[in-house]
Design a protein around this ligand. Structure first.
Ligand code: NAD
Length: 491
């Protein structure tokens, strides 16, 4: 890829940040520096927002049927550049190529759904609410939308928002994660090629100063954030204090119940993909397995065997099943949490620490790790590890396991593996999580459903994707009108 100085994209032009401050963007598997990302200033953000606001005046008046033509074009360009984008994700993030392809597919699906915006943003009309009086509700865009994305999906998460924001007539300023900014630059080159008018989509790279600038800027009307819970709470409270509409998705800890009657091979394979896919750096990773009754005797040996066989390495190579974690600091943090778990009484089943991958000695590798007997309320059961670590607990009943899930502070996902329909139904009904899987390891909603986190996994009212996003990026206007044929009064 070669070391590249990344630029901001403002009002249809690529511009170099004038701060002279940059951060390296390393490949987490090789430690090679791929690019330098600017730490932009608040003045640069302000310029982007002012120009996005200017663009909004025209863009919001472009008929929706025209606005979506840019998305049709973008969809074509994303398909044509699919492999290159997937490779870029693998190089800067570390996930394996197939996972990067999956991420790109999910991003494209959001573009496809947003192409239906003429139908999705339709309002309502009731004729004759009183004699000769009609009432209608229409949806209008709000202005400049601020988007702040996390490192773990360099492409997809921004697409939970961008296509809907622009299709409904808003303009966008996005700050990508400075740990994985290259993919967004590649995506914006395609948006440029798709021909969006100047100022409709803008990128300003930077760190928390830019995030706070977005939260405070009076011309930014909506904030869409995805990241850790701590930052999500900060974003939600600071953004709403300024009267903005905020949707802030946070971290997760996702318990998965495994009943003794679950299909052994399928459950094992799905659980390994969920716990160790993207090296566990997924907000829907199955990070805690709760074995019900005799399930532990059946599944623990199977899990140990499958996890030990998983091939860890550079995700570009076809034989590799799991990549590195994002930074050396994260590797240290995750290994520290594993040790804390052991100190609290958990047992090591598969130890992935101190992994050395021949040829990639500088990569941030941890191999799949499984701890058993993780105490309820302990560090492994309650903290988002965000690494390839599966904690296993044991419960006698489904009720007991649901209580553990519901006592947790997060509510992103809960899953159950079983053949028992009544247990599955009880789980789906009683589990306090917004995304539920039944014999599913990663219950990621398709683009036409909301990405529906609860509790400390989400702050706000309307989630990303689908109809929620359409509602989020529009405000309703109600009009009551009367057109009498013969006015008695002359105007
Ligand atoms: P993060 O919270 O560190 O960063 C997210 C964004 O906020 C980045 O753009 C970052 O630059 C910015 N940021 C970081 N610290 C900040 C601060 N103090 N003030 C202002 N801005 C700040 O998250 P991350 O490590 O990039 O991503 C991983 C997290 O995201 C995990 O917790 C994961 O569960 C979560 N996540 C959640 C979902 C979901 O849908 N709930 C989806 C993906 C990721």
């Amino acid at each position: 890829m070669g070391e590249e100085i990344l630029m901001n994209y403002i009002y249809g032009k690529w511009v170099q940040s004038s701060t002279g401050k940059f951060r390296d963007v390393p490949n987490p598997a090789t430690a090679e520096i791929l690019a330098k990302v600017p730490v932009s200033s608040l003045a640069e953000l302000d310029e982007a927002v002012q120009l996005a606001h200017k663009a909004f005046q025209e863009w919001s008046k472009v008929p929706v049927t025209q606005r979506i033509q840019y998305l049709f074009k973008l969809k074509e360009l994303l398909e044509a550049n699919f492999e290159g984008l997937a490779r870029c994700i693998t190089e800067e993030h570390g996930k394996i190529l197939d996972e990067s392809r999956g991420e790109m597919r999910r991003a494209i699906e959001n573009v496809e759904v947003a192409c239906g915006t003429p139908s999705l943003m339709m309002g309502d009309v009731v004729e004759d609410i009183a004699p000769g009086i009609d009432e209608m509700m229409i949806r209008q865009p709000l202005g400049v939308a601020g988007i702040i994305s996390p490192f773990n999906f360099p492409a997809m998460i921004a697409f939970w928002f961008i296509p809907y924001a622009v299709a409904t007539g808003n303009t966008v300023v996005i700050k990508p994660s400075s740990r994985v900014p290259i993919t967004m630059v590649r995506l914006f080159r395609l948006m440029e090629e798709a021909g969006f008018p100047a100022g409709v989509v803008n990128v300003v790279n930077g760190g928390s100063e830019i995030v706070n600038g977005i939260l405070d800027h009076p011309l930014i009307k909506t904030i869409s954030f995805v990241g850790s819970t701590e930052v999500a709470m900060h974003v939600y409270s600071r953004g709403t204090a300024h009267g903005k509409r905020v949707s802030a998705a946070g971290g997760a800890k996702n318990p998965v119940l495994i009943l003794p009657d679950a299909d052994v091979d399928t459950t094992t394979s799905i659980m390994m993909d969920s716990a160790f896919g993207c090296s566990g750096q997924r907000c829907l990773a199955a990070s805690t397995a709760i074995m019900i009754g005799e399930a532990d005797k059946i599944f623990i040996p199977k899990f140990a065997e499958a996890a030990s066989k998983r091939v860890t390495g550079y995700g570009i190579k076809p034989e590799v099943q799991m990549g590195p974690v994002i930074t050396p600091d994260d590797k240290k943090r995750i290994e520290g949490l594993i040790q804390q778990g052991l100190d609290e009484g958990a047992e090591m089943l598969v130890d992935g620490r101190n992994a050395i991958i021949p040829g990639y000695e500088n990569g941030n590798f941890i191999k799949p790790t499984i701890l058993t007997d993780t105490p309820v309320g302990g560090i492994i059961a309650t903290t988002e590890v965000f690494g390839p670590v599966l904690g296993i607990m044991h419960c006698k009943t489904v009720e007991e396991a649901i209580k553990i899930l519901n006592d947790g502070t997060y509510g992103n996902m809960g899953s159950i593996f079983t053949h028992d329909g009544s247990a599955a139904r009880k789980f789906r009904n009683e589990a306090d999580a917004g995304n539920i899987g039944i014999n599913i390891g990663v219950a990621a909603p398709m683009a036409f459903f909301p990405f529906s986190g609860w509790k400390n996994s989400f702050f706000g009212d309307l989630h990303g994707q689908g109809k929620h996003a359409i509602e989020f990026f529009t405000q309703t206007k109600v009009i009551i009108e009367r057109w009498p044929k013969n006015w008695t009064r002359k105007f």
